[in-house]
Design a protein around this ligand. Structure first.
Ligand SMILES: [Zn+2]
Length: 244
């Protein structure tokens, strides 16, 4: 499966505001809306992290990401289902582009929310708590302002920051491998039998049984990543099942 790790940064919304505290900004106050500022992405199993920002041309950036998404079978991101992907899609449609080829998505943030209770679900906190090397420190909001002004050194810093997040995403994906049941990763090795659906290892151990509505099936645990899985063929069961 062709797996793509992806992370975007956006420009802020720009608005005229009357006050600083507890503001509701109406559409008529809005001067400019948030745009995709830059994107970093990386293929699983390949080393280089790619980067494209509006400093290299807005359309060039969109073309490069669109091509990567079209090639991807699985896109892994952190909060990408509500942030990165819709932002990119809006940029594509506004630029008059057609949709990229369909791909499955694995939003690690929604899995982290579902499975654990960290005091904060921010990528920085979760990765640090799991012993991964943290995010790159950046110089704060000012970095975005300097990038929008086209400052070369700011863009270098942004690129480092954006790329690091993508590497972190892959490390986090590996670290959480046993903890992502039913994730699209389960289709990773569709064409191979008897391997862990999460990580692809063939080091599986029989561990009891699972029970479906119509019967009993073999349950397995992967010795490599710890993920639980089950056979599809029934050990025993019935042809009759309850209504609903
Ligand atoms: Zn596994």
């Amino acid at each position: 499966m062709r797996t793509l790790y992806l992370d975007i940064e956006t420009t802020p919304n720009l608005a005229y505001v009357w006050r600083l505290w507890r503001q509701n900004v109406s559409l008529s106050q809005l001067v400019d809306t948030a745009q995709v500022l830059c994107v970093a992405w990386k293929w699983r199993g390949e080393r280089p992290v790619q980067f494209a920002g509006i400093n290299g041309g807005h359309q060039e950036m969109l073309d490069a990401v669109h091509a990567a998404l079209t090639e991807a079978e699985l896109v892994v991101h952190y909060n990408g289902k509500v942030f990165d992907i819709p932002h990119l899609n809006r940029a594509f449609v506004m630029a008059g582009m057609k949709p990229p080829a369909p791909y499955a998505q694995l939003d690690i943030l929604s899995q982290v929310r579902k499975q654990f209770r960290f005091p904060s679900n921010k990528l920085a906190h979760v990765s640090e708590a799991l012993g991964l090397e943290g995010k790159v420190e950046h110089s704060g909001f000012n970095l975005w302002v300097r990038c929008m002004a086209g400052e070369a050194s700011a863009w270098q810093e942004m690129e480092r920051y954006n790329k690091r997040d993508v590497l972190l995403l892959e490390e986090l994906h590996d670290r959480l491998s046993g903890w992502l049941p039913g994730s699209p990763n389960a289709r990773l090795l569709d064409d191979r039998d008897d391997v862990c659906p999460q990580c692809g290892s063939d080091d599986l151990r029989r561990e009891g049984h699972a029970f479906t509505q119509v019967g009993k099936v073999q349950r397995w645990q992967c010795r490599a990543c710890g993920a639980w899985s089950r056979s599809s063929a029934r050990v025993s069961g019935t042809q009759i099942r309850s209504m609903s």
